[in-house]
Design a binder for this molecule. Sequence first.
Ligand code: BEZ
Ligand code: FE2
Length: 407
Amino acid sequence: MKIIIADYLYIDGNFVENLAIAFESRIEAVDLPENLIARYPEAELIRAKPYTVIYPGFINTHVHLEFSANRTSLKYGDFMPWLDSVIEHRDDLLQACDNEMMSQECNQMLRSGITCFGAISSFGTELEVCENTPQRVVFFNELIGSNAQYADMLYNDFLERVKASQSCDNQSRITPGIAIHSPYSVHPVILQRAVTLAKQHAMPLTTHFLESQAEREWLEKGSGEFKAFFEKFFNTSTPVTNIEEFLHAFDTYPAHFVHCVQANEAELAHLKAKGHTVAHCPRSNRYLGCGRLALESLEALELPYTVATDGLSSNDSLNIFDEFRAALMLHHKAPVDLLARKLIKASTEDAAKALRLNNGSLKVGKDADFALVTLPELPKRPEEIALWTLLHTKEADAVYIEGEQYV
Ligand code: BEZ
Ligand code: FE2
């Protein structure tokens, strides 16, 4: 048993003073330090530095490790030129991305306090890295393929990858999951099979959804920049599905919808009604010219959201604090302190629910995953701790996963 004592614990959105946590691989008790010491006299005592806040480990719900080699290959600014550049450079980028590079990125996430992430896997090449990284990983095997002719073959390849992620070493902290690439790139027949599979195995399920204006136009009208893209690369000029049909495929099983920047109020309301959640990727959306997710609309609907870095294919780092600060800038009309609080809740408690995990809060029975953040001085107003955390933190001071310290 270990007991950790810090100036502040982040519990239920509040910064509570004078409490400590007793833990092994899970949280055993949260109480006054003297009570815990009396109850567990043999426990190892850990005293955090002054002005430290214990947060549940941060959860990055959506990242593509396989594209970690990108620095300047991909064209930022607009979605379609970016997608064209992905097709052009994909093979080179995958070739350049080895296990060492991906491990380094996992480590960067870890140092920023990310104890858990959702890895979108197109090819399964990062499975070994995810097995060996200390973090919990929801390994989202991605299904792609809009052409009915190749659908069975692509589905079978996807099934093989799902099976590989289901038979990982017990030492790893992998949860197998399913990712649907997007409405424009997955044929409705295999989409339905994959959703059914996720439901049968109670696996976390995710999908990119309405990321760009071009995607919306293609799905609604069969026109716009995607038309030229599909004519050029797939020899077709009509979409295989529409927004409504795609959304309804998920009606019986809650999923995590990534981006949703171009979703309208009715679609967001539908996500809420069916128990879905949204992943917000502020830097990716900004860099690819996709627009701003109207967080205020999600909040009005009480539609839960998480914060995610996406991959280095549309970002400059996988540091969750860089992402938080970008969100503070992107949503420039939101009260800054309130937004800081919401972003922290989004990346802990709400993210754990979205990925169906037993972490994300400092409560008895939850996984002992912590990110310790040391503030530069005693905060003058405790109610602003969330904001000072986001503004002053580049890396966590210490990181625990399943009760073990890794940073
Ligand atoms: C498709 O299979 O339709 C597809 C694959 C990659 C990008 C876009 C579409
Ligand atoms: Fe993504």
